[in-house]
Design a protein around this ligand. Sequence first.
Ligand code: CTP
Length: 392
Amino acid sequence: MMKGKTVVLGVTGSIAAYKAAELASQLVQVGTRVEVIMTEAATQFISPLTFRNITGRPVVTRMFELASEYSVEHVALAEAADVVVIAPATANTIAKIAAGIADDMLSCTVLATKAPVIVAPAMDVNMYENQVTQENIAKLKARGFVMVGPGYGRLASGKMGLGRLVDISEIMAAISQVLGKSGDLHGKRIVVTAGGTQEPLDPVRCLTNRSSGKMGYAIAEAARDRGAEVVLVTAPTALPRPYGIDVVQVTTAQDMYEAVQKAVGKADALIMAAAVADYRPKKMAESKIKREKADKLVLELERTPDILGEVRGNFLRVGFAAESEELVANAKEKLRKKQLDLIVANDVSAIGAETNSVVLIDRTGSIDELPTLPKREVADRILDKVASLLSS
Ligand code: CTP
């Protein structure tokens, strides 16, 4: 979605301006054309040369530099932009944009563009909390600007508070979501599950599995970046909360069952990538099980609900089959038994890994064996299939 797109990156005069160099670099690496516009104040914090070297493009710093090699017609970048990103955005620039002032190249470009604008504020907490800044931000939101952050943490003044530029990964996610808005899953609601459920034995112990949640999170993010509205029902994982996705945290298979039932209300597809426990301790001990109580401990387990087997409705149902043997045969049997539209079969070795090699089997019996790919690419291949099943 990002390849070949033009991102106009506005950098303003905040101590966080140096972080925009990393953003520019990541944008170049995913194949976007990055046109940097700096305010005069930004050039006090970081040199235009840094951006010029990273992007391989001239950097615009002044409006009236018509004779120089950096000269650009004052609305040319506004027209070329697929998206404008202001990171970091100071209170001053936010105020100017909210008021429609166009007295430098950045504010002029924002006023003139029809492209979506993403704003990542960075400022002192008192400036951020000031009523006028809050009103300006509310104005921008109401006009459809996408605000990312600010985050909480240590600020340049030494104070702790809201005002930090969010992580670059979050800004990248916002750009990728905005650019993918009219993708092939636009207007679709997709529910994805991820992670390994935890079934408590006592207040400190549980039965779980080695699922990392990476496959489910990759699917949720890929669906977001193709225009879908995504609900991610996730068991505990070590992964950061993904941007732009409605996240529902659960612990047990029963919790996940209830959350999925609730989430599929208006869904177009349910993709069950979670490793759901098939059994749970019949009784959870109310206090910690003590070692000296007995030489041997026998656990009695009972079945958990089969979420994918039981949750039915007018939406596409996609399952995963993690198998140690007879991959395709076992997966086909699960597809048939749970009456799925698509099953993604993978070897158990994929659990916790960065890559996956899967076989996709759909309700018509068509089999597609994919090579070993990073999980995000596997996610996109699964969604290609989901998009085509949804349109058929
Ligand atoms: N699944 C589910 N609820 C469960 C167990 C599994 O919804 N209680 C889902 C998984 O998320 C996956 C699919 O069913 O999408 C298949 O999971 P898997 O554990 O491979 O299959 P099972 O039917 O549990 O069979 P087995 O463990 O015996 O292989």
